[in-house]
Design a binder for this molecule. Structure first.
Ligand SMILES: [Zn+2]
Length: 258
């Protein structure tokens, strides 16, 4: 019902001055050409209208920072479009790395447990800088978002990592493949699987990998980590896995850091 109603509400346009300031502070955005920047602006407008951005604890976010967070989250949707925003409504932003209890897989349980308070160190807890539940909020650490902005060519961008998980989940399965036309999906699955298997072997043999070995954890992590490289170190991704890099350049559009 709410979504139906929202469709008929036009989101308010962004304050032009704040948007300019927001763009200037996000290297991935300031490097976009005018056409793609305009598409991103429309997505950010939709994002800020549809989603709640909630700072946790003593974190405060001004309008420009909210636009920057929205812009980072919308960056992977410039080609895909606003359907990529479906299925979730909350962005929670922690001041720094946050702690979750791994025994809780249910989003409602985890929310109740966090309650805006950092949990004490305990067995079964894990420190995270970002998380995206299949049907729940996206969670980011502001400290890590700012670190990504300060070093935009280092191969890390936690916001696009979590949005890749959201895109992956759109078809109902977190398996490293977002919704794609059938023929492309087959090629994607083959090429990603090949690269993922290669990386798994490298890690098992204790060899140094070109990409963050975390990508070898699972196919969905491989997709999300490669998404980070696409946006922040595309040359390195191309060198490591050229076919994967080509799929991502088609799916997301050319990397702003190319
Ligand atoms: Zn992940």
């Amino acid at each position: 019902m709410r979504n139906w109603f929202r469709r008929f509400l036009r989101p308010a346009s962004l304050d032009p001055d704040s948007w300019l300031r927001a763009c200037a502070g996000v290297p991935f955005v300031s490097a976009l050409d005018a056409t793609r920047k305009a598409r991103l602006q429309a997505l950010v407008t939709r994002f800020l209208h549809d989603k709640t951005i909630t700072p946790i604890g003593d974190l405060a976010l001004d309008d420009v920072q909210r636009m920057q967070l929205a812009a980072l989250c919308c960056l992977p949707l410039i080609e895909f479009g606003e359907e990529g925003l479906h299925g979730w409504s909350q962005l929670l932003v922690y001041p720094g790395a946050f702690r979750v209890h791994r025994a809780h897989t249910d989003a409602a349980d985890a929310m109740a447990e966090w309650d805006g308070v950092m949990q004490p160190a305990h067995e079964g807890y894990e420190d995270l800088i970002g998380e995206a539940w299949e049907a729940g909020p996206v969670v980011l650490s502001m400290e890590d978002v700012l670190a990504d902005l300060a070093a935009p060519r280092d191969g890390c961008c936690v916001a696009v990592h979590e949005i890749a998980h959201k895109l992956d989940a759109l078809d109902g399965a977190m398996d490293g493949t977002p919704p794609l036309p059938r023929a492309w999906q087959k090629e994607w699955a083959r090429d990603f699987q090949q690269a993922f298997d290669h990386m798994g072997k490298q890690v098992d043999a204790n060899r140094r990998t070109k990409l963050d070995p975390y990508a070898a954890e699972a196919p969905e992590e491989f997709f999300a980590v490669c998404t980070e490289y696409h946006f922040s170190a595309p040359a390195l991704l191309r060198e490591a896995y050229p076919k994967v890099a080509a799929h991502l350049a088609k799916f997301y559009g050319a990397s702003p850091m190319a």
